[in-house]
Design a protein around this ligand. Structure first.
Ligand code: AMP
Length: 317
């Protein structure tokens, strides 16, 4: 490393996760294949807070080049996004129930994900923050192992699909991370506990010092030791498509932490409010559509709404 780069070492956020085609069905409409994927949503969101974002993923020859170009123009470094020309991009299809909080996976076609071997380039080695978005657990672990220095903070997201198909691998990754985020059903599935408080205790005993349990339109809980903090979700008049809300939440959370470089519990509280605010945009339109439109002023305005939502005075009785 040259003197200059050592002196002005820039923050680095590495994001790992799926880049995908999704076909979605909600009570309000249906889409054919649109661009989605955990790392796609995370990058769209986190790029509002930090640059560069160093992406690790894989797509097939069918993935639109324009999508890669637009991410690159937002400061997303795609050096470690492999393009498998003769293969197909990961495909996921889901249908939401009327309450929009629950969904069924209709189809998961791993395609390029089935034998993805990530290669972490030298230029990613200064990674201070690592966001392991939803992906094959063995790949998530491989990326951790390829980093020569442990990042300051490793945050991980996953889903029920991996609990059902490779729980042992999943637990190995969970043991390595600082913050795990899952939704309430996944927390119950992972811990075999109904009470989320008991579930949190069991999951933190598996390795992570912090646990975030996402509860869709009912907000998110942040657990650490015997502390718990709650961030609401903004009550919205219209929710069109919750796809990617969890990933967008993750992007806001890690984006804020990487920007401020402060990994205290207090700053994580702010980060889950920011995650919730960002997720509230994501659900307003299908796919990544809304994330493509929002400006800094929109984000500031929404954060103000969150302040109003939870701000109250109380006298002790
Ligand atoms: P979320 O709604 O935040 O839970 O994430 C939705 C995104 O996750 C979609 O865009 C899908 O492409 C992606 N996804 C669905 N299943 C998987 C899986 N098994 N592994 C990785 N990504 C997935």
């Amino acid at each position: 490393m040259g003197l200059l780069s050592r002196k002005f070492k820039i923050m680095s956020l590495v994001v790992v996760g799926s880049m995908a085609f999704d076909a979605l069905e909600t009570p309000f409409g249906k889409t054919d294949k649109i661009v989605g994927g955990a790392a796609t949503y995370i990058a769209w969101c986190a790029s509002n807070f930090v640059k560069p974002i160093k992406q690790v993923s894989v797509v097939g020859g069918d993935f639109p080049q324009e999508e890669l170009d637009i991410l690159a123009s937002r400061g997303v470094d795609l050096e470690a996004v492999q393009i498998k020309k003769d293969e197909k991009t990961f495909f996921w299809s889901g249908r939401y129930h009327m309450d929009m909080n629950t969904r069924d996976t209709i189809d998961t076609q791993l395609n390029v994900l089935a034998n993805f071997t990530p290669v972490v380039p030298e230029s990613y080695q200064d990674c201070e923050f690592l966001m392991l978005g939803n992906l094959v657990p063995a790949v998530q672990l491989d990326v951790i192992k390829q980093l020569k220095n442990r990042p300051k903070l490793i945050v991980m997201d996953t889903m029920n699909f991996w609990m059902e198909t490779c729980m042992d691998d999943l637990k190995k990754v969970i043991a390595e991370v600082d913050v795990l985020m899952v939704n309430d059903a996944e927390a119950r599935q992972l811990s075999e506990e109904y009470s989320l408080v008991k579930a949190a205790t069991k999951i933190m005993a598996m390795g992570p010092k912090y646990l975030i349990i996402k509860k869709g339109e009912h907000g998110a809980l942040l657990f650490h030791e015997n502390h718990v903090f709650f961030a609401p979700a903004l009550p919205l008049e219209e929710v069109f498509d919750p796809t990617g809300a969890g990933d967008t939440f993750a992007g806001g959370f890690i984006g804020h932490l990487a920007k401020t470089k402060d990994i205290s519990f207090n700053n994580m509280k702010t980060a889950i409010i920011i995650g919730s605010a960002m997720a509230s945009f994501c659900v307003e339109k299908f796919g990544t559509e809304r994330m493509r439109e929002i400006t800094k002023a929109d984000i500031d305005g929404r954060l103000q709404q969150f302040v109003q939502l939870v701000n109250f005075d109380i006298d002790l009785v």
